[in-house]
Design a protein. Structure first.
Length: 166
């Protein structure tokens, strides 16, 4: 009931802005990034993963996001392709490619924690609802919940709270 009322009032984005103001006030700065994961399935083709405002950004994807179609979409949107390289039969990755994948993984690991939290703590592996607005609201609330939990954890680390997890 609460979720449906919130969805109909379209207040989810307002909640994000309110939380963002809190983060700015407390000098927590977030950085926008684009990271894709094959476990996210949407009804639109993978070639629609970028927007005009994404030009000049880096796009991190796992090795499933390879191939001419994806590369063409990334180039079309003027993004920097930071997708993991993939080895093939009789053509394994070089040591340099493995090293580059390691650097890319250090960025991608941040999103994996979020997927893990959503899947394990919030049972959010699948979104079951009717309509794009409801799906966006449900995903928005899950993301906000993750951000609130992360904020609390960071606050505990800063204050030395003995219950802070590392």
């Amino acid at each position: 009931m609460f979720k449906e009322t919130l969805t109909r009032s379209e207040k989810t984005e307002e909640l994000f802005h309110t939380f963002e103001e809190l983060l700015e006030k407390e000098e927590y700065i977030g950085k926008e990034a684009k990271i894709t994961d094959i476990s996210v399935r949407v009804s639109t083709p993978v070639t629609n993963i970028t927007e005009e405002k994404d030009a000049d950004q880096e796009l991190y994807g796992d090795s499933a996001y390879t191939g001419p179609t994806v590369e063409a979409a990334i180039l079309k949107n003027k993004m920097k392709n930071c997708t993991h390289e993939k080895g093939y039969r009789n053509k394994p990755l070089t040591e340099e490619q493995k090293k580059n994948n390691g650097r890319k993984s250090s960025v991608r690991v941040r999103i994996e924690h979020i997927f893990g939290f959503a899947g394990n703590s919030m049972h959010g592996s699948y979104i079951c609802c009717i309509g794009k607005i409801r799906a966006e609201s449900q995903i928005g609330l899950m993301n906000l919940t993750y951000n609130l939990f992360r904020y609390i954890r960071l606050q505990r680390q800063v204050t030395g709270d003995k219950y802070a997890q590392t």
